[in-house]
Structure formats: C-alpha cells, structure tokens
Write a protein that binds this ligand. Structure first.
Ligand code: HEM
Ligand code: HEM
Length: 414
C-alpha cells in the first residue's frame, strides 16, 4: 500500500488550493471595483476555469494512480471523507456557477481566458442568473468552512495523533515543504490582494498619457487678449521676460499627462444622477497656450475601463446597448487647433469617434499653473444617441446628454 499520494496528485492538491485562495481574494473585490476591475474579471474567470480544468485532471488521477488507504474509520473517518467530497463539490461547483452566472448575465460580456481562449456562454435560461450568482457567492463560504474543517483535521492528525497522515500530501517527508506548501495558500490570498487596483478611482497610470502642449506664460488678461487678437509672434514678444527662462518659442511643445488625472461622466437616470469615470485613457497633446491655433490634441479612452461604481451597471456598460466594447474597444477625440475663449480658457472643436461613429464635438477647458506644469480642467456635453449609446430597454430613463468632465496635470516634455 502506498505511503503517500502520487506526486501529480500532491502537486494538484496544493496548486488548486493556492489558486482557490487567489480566486476568493479577487472575487470579493470584484463587486466594489466595477468596470475598473475589467481586467480583474478576466483574470478571475481565467483562473476559475483553470481550477475547473485542474480539478477534472485531479479527479481522473484519483482513479488512475494508487492512493493511500483510509487511515481512520468511525465517525471521524466518515467526516474526513465527507469533507473531501464537499471540497471536490466546491472545486467543481464554484467555477461552474461562475460560468453559469456570466452566461446568463443581462449583458453578455465576452471572456477571453488568459487573453487568448474565448469562453463560450453556457446555453442556460436567463432566469437562472440569480440562482447561479447567489450560489457562486455562497459556495465560496462553504469552501472556506470545509477548508477550515479539513485543515483542522490535518493538524489534529499531525499534532494530537502523530500518525504521520500529513506526509501523505507532502513529498519526501520534507519539513520545509510542510511549511512551504500550506504557505502557498497564503501566497494566493496575498497575490489576489496585490493585483487589485489602488483604491479610489485613481486612474491606473496607463502607458503614461502623453499630453503635448507648447508653453509660454499667460499671466494676465491683457496678454490673453493679445493672444486672441494678434499674431503669435506679437505675443511672444510681450512675453519676453518670462519666455526668457523658458524654452525658446519654437514648435508648440508636447505635454505628458501625469498619473492621477480623471475623465468622469454623469448622466441623469429617472431623476437620479449616475456618475462614473474611465480608469484608462491616454492623451497626446501638443499646444502652446499662447498660440492655441496650432494645438494638436488626441485623447484615447479605453471604453472597457468605464465604471459607475456599481457592479451590475458596470457589467452592462461594455455591452451592445452601451459602449459595444467588443467591436469598439476605444473612443477617440481628435482636435487640430483650439481657440481662446477667455483668460486661460479654450475651446477645441474636433471629432469624437465613439462606438464606431464619428461626429463633430467641442470640448472646453481651462489651464492653471505656469511654466512646465499646468493643471487642465474641462468639460464637454455629448449627445449620446448620435453615437448609438444607450438605445435599448435599460436606457429609457437616461437623459439624452452626457456631461463629461476631466481634470489632469500636464507636464511639458523637455
Ligand atoms: C474556481 C473557483 C471560483 C471561486 C472560488 C470564485 C469565487 C468568487 C467569489 C468569492 C466571488 C465574490 C462573490 C460575492 O461577493 O458575492 C466571485 C465573484 C464572481 N465570480 Fe467567481 N469564483 C470562481 C470561479 C469563477 C468563474 C470560472 C467565473 C466565470 C467564468 C467566475 C465569475 C465571477 C463573477 C462574474 C463574479 C462577480 C460577482 C457577481 O456578479 O456576483 N468565477 N467569485
Ligand atoms: C493547510 C491546508 C491543507 C492541508 C494541511 C491539507 C492536507 C491534506 C492531507 C494530509 C490530505 C490527505 C488526507 C488523507 O490521506 O486522508 C488531504 C487530502 C485532500 N485535500 Fe487537503 N490540505 C489542505 C488544504 C486543502 C484545500 C484548500 C483543499 C481544496 C479545496 C484541499 C482538498 C483536499 C482533498 C479534496 C483531499 C482528498 C484527496 C483524495 O483522497 O482524493 N485541501 N489534504
């Protein structure tokens, strides 16, 4: 009779245990993150399906490779076996309910396992969604309870009974592994917490948004008016003192958007206001505040990063009714040239391409700060239906206009 489980059974035991810990740590964070956690959802689904696959292999191995005989009879032995059955049910049930809940969601978000393998949706009635969702959350707790019983049993055998049972799941009776393998479970929890995005809507400093803009000082209204009224060269002269410490007036400078910026939106819905933001976007900005006519602005927004801070609504945003992320992952705003509308205030009329539709769109913005670091804040009003956003059943209460606002700091590229 073998003394321990086969090596492959042992590897699967600990790998699955660690992955499950990761899975629960990420799962609990998903609802709070909403669409900010879009890539986390993909991770959660990928790792979950991996657990399902590994568990199926493990069950096959169980019948294939010899296992040690049961050590204990009586009610304790029965309890141990019962807990094992329960753990298998959890290892299968958690991924299956997860798969079912995704398949029956109102908005069918496509899943690409590990970014490569498309996960088909199970042909289940939409009515089973709530059951699957509740079951999914509950199974995690059931799994934790079983795990605690299971680990307590292992400890009891090890410390109270000293019968060496634990070595059946630890290769080579290695004390180092006896510590390291269970520590993998802790590692799974830590990894699950570590990949969560920073709390709050702190936009992930995506490939650092690049803003470009030229720069000379605009410090008062008179100069501002000069900018509006006269040719750029005149104003450069008026600005000579300040400009002396700055870059020579040359081609309009490019600007880099600093991490911590925000693009938010709000929309009325049956009398209440829904507010959200895009966690991922980049901007390439070339602009001389004194000569806005030569500005060149391009903002690219990752539409899958939209969140209104509500998991249910966030799940709908990427769908066909709203952003249609699968076919149109990004929206862009492009403007060549801007005009000054007041001191440090501008308007850029450009083109917004959203959900594959391109329309003229104006944005307004103001600059503050000076020299190489400027704060930019602005807004735009977007007529969403022109872009086919929100034209379905769930959108009847939505106001036609979406108010967009943005705030970020831009640093001049040297
Ligand atoms: C393999 C084991 C899995 C475990 C242990 C697990 C665990 C969890 C946990 C603890 C939550 C949070 C539930 C809550 O707070 O109510 C969650 C949420 C979620 N899980 Fe899983 N999960 C697993 C696999 C999967 C799979 C395979 C999928 C999809 C293919 C999936 C999709 C989801 C989704 C979409 C949520 C979001 C919450 C919701 O809409 O209710 N999970 N998961
Ligand atoms: C501190 C953590 C853990 C320890 C010390 C541990 C230890 C053990 C030991 C010693 C056995 C062999 C029992 C015997 O031969 O009678 C075993 C079996 C088993 N363990 Fe764990 N385990 C841990 C965590 C987990 C977790 C998180 C799961 C999964 C969800 C799990 C699932 C199983 C299953 C299903 C078996 C039965 C294997 C079979 O006979 O098919 N264990 N575990």
């Amino acid at each position: 009779m073998t003394q321990r489980y086969s090596l492959v059974a042992i590897i699967l035991h600990w790998a699955i245990a660690a992955l499950l810990a990761f899975q629960i740590a990420v799962g609990w964070a998903l609802e709070d993150l909403g669409a900010r956690g879009f890539s986390l959802y993909q991770w959660h689904k990928s790792v979950g399906m991996l657990i399902l696959a590994l568990t199926l292999v493990r069950i096959a191995v169980r019948y294939w490779k010899p296992r040690p005989a049961k050590l204990e009879g009586g009610w304790q032995g029965a309890l141990a076996s019962g807990v094992h059955v329960g753990l298998y049910a959890f290892m299968l049930g958690a991924p299956l309910t997860g798969w079912a809940l995704v398949s029956t969601a109102k908005v069918q978000v496509p899943t690409l396992l590990f970014g490569v393998l498309p996960l088909p949706h199970l042909p289940l009635p939409a009515a089973s969604h709530t059951l699957a969702e509740n079951g999914h959350g509950l199974l995690a707790w059931l799994g934790i309870a079983l795990f605690l019983l299971h680990a307590a049993g292992a400890l009891r055998h090890h410390f109270l009974m000293g019968d060496g049972l634990i070595w059946r799941m630890v290769p080579g009776r290695s004390t180092a592994l006896l510590v390291a393998l269970p520590a993998l479970i802790l590692g799974g929890v830590v990894a699950g917490r570590a990949i969560l995005p920073a709390p709050q809507a702190a936009p992930t400093p995506v490939p650092p948004p690049v803003a470009e803009q030229a720069d000379t000082e605009i410090d008062n209204l008179a100069q501002m008016e000069a900018v509006n009224a006269t040719a750029p060269a005149d104003n450069a002269a008026a600005n000579a003192t300040q400009a002396a410490q700055e870059e020579p007036v040359g081609p309009p400078p490019a600007w880099t958007v600093q991490p911590g910026g925000r693009i938010g939106f709000s929309i009325g819905n049956d009398g209440e206001t829904i507010k959200g933001s895009f966690a991922k976007w980049t901007a390439a900005i070339v602009m001389d505040p004194d000569h806005p006519d030569s500005a060149d602005i391009k903002v690219t927004i990752d539409m899958a990063s939209a969140s209104v801070g509500d998991a249910y609504k966030d799940g709908m945003l990427p769908g066909e009714e709203f952003f249609g992320v699968a076919a149109h992952p990004t929206a862009t705003f492009v403007a060549k040239g801007a005009e000054a509308t007041g001191p440090n205030r501008y308007r850029a009329s450009g083109t917004l391409t959203l959900k594959g539709v391109s329309k003229p769109q104006a944005i307004r913005f103001a600059l503050s700060g000076k020299d190489a670091v400027r704060k930019v804040s602005g807004s735009a009003t977007i007529a969403r239906s022109a872009f086919g956003v929100g034209n379905g059943d769930s959108s009847t209460g939505l106001t036609p206009q979406v108010a967009l606002s943005f705030d970020f700091t831009a640093k001049r590229k040297e």
